[in-house]
Write a protein that binds this ligand. Structure first.
Ligand SMILES: Cc1ncc(COP(=O)(O)O)c(C=O)c1O
Length: 371
């Protein structure tokens, strides 16, 4: 097989088609004489709020800060417990730890990889204050069941919507279910800035106001500081870029879903591959196309030799990270998360990826299993 390389992620197809629009947005900010928290941030916040079906979106510095601020305004504090999935990027748990609260890990449904609603209740204690569903890889969690459990136990819900802009459950978008929700616009996300950026989304005017104050030094009126705040602001340049990219997101999402459907067909019944499963009431926006195989490491190595980029999301679950040693979870404590971590592999998928590229990836995978 002498073929072209297929990178894991290539920004050039999507970025080249919007370069003129981005240049205009850059020039508008450059010439405006105003670079942090201004008209472009407000305009993007309105556009994103509308897109997300929430009355409020508040632009912040990054996804981790969006999660942290959400938990903070909901009153999560020292000694509280917050339920998080055992298989997530560590940021979800870190936001909890920043407040002196403890992340309580709950195993995912092994089919969807999202937190299993049936396992949540047995993790609830007198100290539990919130649940953080993570819409992993781009598929919306079973939000109806999660909200019902939260209401019954009077818990707050903070969705981690870093990976699933515009995914839905029962037709309702991610980031519009919880009391206060965080999203990331890290460059590789479905909606990505050209640097760090994030947002909090909420339907609660009081929460929105508190987040706005906290992101900007605890201040509404310049030099009047009502609370111990942070500098977690979104800048004008990133907001201007995000505003342009948001206009193209729906089209790019459809492309992602089409590429996923190519893979689904090309990789059907190949080796011991487990392909993505989509819950019948959920939509999946394929931030990542993740397959599983017992031969993961060998397959990854083979694909690397064939010039095909892959990544592992994520190789070590949070409970086994050095950073969380103090929680005392041994290997084997969360076997589903550990099994996913040792078998998952993310294949190349990005807007503008061609059928030839997906076919080349699939052909290489078939060659590996036929060896
Ligand atoms: C699931 C999840 N949560 C939170 C984050 C944190 O976002 P950021 O990198 O913008 O802080 C990310 C991405 O990095 C993520 O994938």
């Amino acid at each position: 097989m002498s073929m072209m390389k297929v990178p894991f992620l290539d920004f050039s197809p999507s970025h080249s088609e919007i370069k003129d629009e981005i240049t205009l947005a850059f020039n508008a900010v450059y010439d405006s004489n105003w670079y942090v928290l201004g008209n472009r941030v407000s305009a993007f916040e309105s556009a994103y709020a509308q897109f997300n079906s929430t009355p409020y979106a508040i632009g912040v510095s990054n996804g981790l800060d969006a999660l942290y601020l959400s938990l903070k305004v909901l009153g999560i504090t020292q000694g509280d417990e917050v339920i998080v999935p055992s298989n997530t990027y560590i940021a979800t748990a870190l936001a909890v730890s920043y407040l002196g609260a403890t992340p309580i890990f709950v195993e995912p449904d092994p089919r969807t990889y999202n937190i299993d609603p049936l396992r949540i209740e047995s993790a609830i204690t007198a100290k539990t204050k919130a649940i953080m569903p993570v819409h992993l890889y781009g598929q919306c969690c079973e939000m109806a069941a999660i909200m019902e459990i939260a209401e019954r136990h009077r818990l707050k819900v903070v969705e981690d919507n870093a990976q699933a802009h515009s995914a839905t459950f029962a037709g309702k978008p991610t980031g519009s279910w919880g009391h206060s929700n965080g999203t990331s616009f890290y460059p590789g996300k479905n909606l990505g800035a050209l640097g760090d950026a994030g947002a909090v989304t909420t339907s609660d005017a009081e929460i929105a106001k508190k987040v706005k104050v906290l992101r900007n030094y605890g201040s509404q009126v310049k030099y009047h500081n009502e609370t111990i705040g942070h500098n977690m602001r979104l800048d004008e340049l990133q907001a201007g870029i995000l505003e342009v990219k948001l206009r193209h997101l729906q089209r790019w999402t459809v492309q992602r879903q089409e590429i996923a459907s190519w893979y689904n067909e090309l990789l059907n019944r190949v080796g011991d591959l487990i392909l993505p499963y989509v819950h019948p009431d959920a939509t999946h926006v394929f931030h990542l196309y993740v397959v599983r195989t017992t031969k993961r490491d060998a397959l990854q190595q083979f694909l690397t030799q064939e010039g095909i980029g892959t990544l592992i999301h994520y190789p070590i679950p949070p409970h086994l990270q050095e950073a969380y040693k103090h929680l005392g979870h041994a290997k084997g404590a969360f076997p589903i998360a550990e099994e996913i971590a040792s078998t998952c592999l993310s294949l190349p998928l990005f807007p503008g990826m061609t059928f030839e590229q997906a076919n080349q990836v699939s052909t290489a995978i078939k060659a590996f299993f036929n060896k």
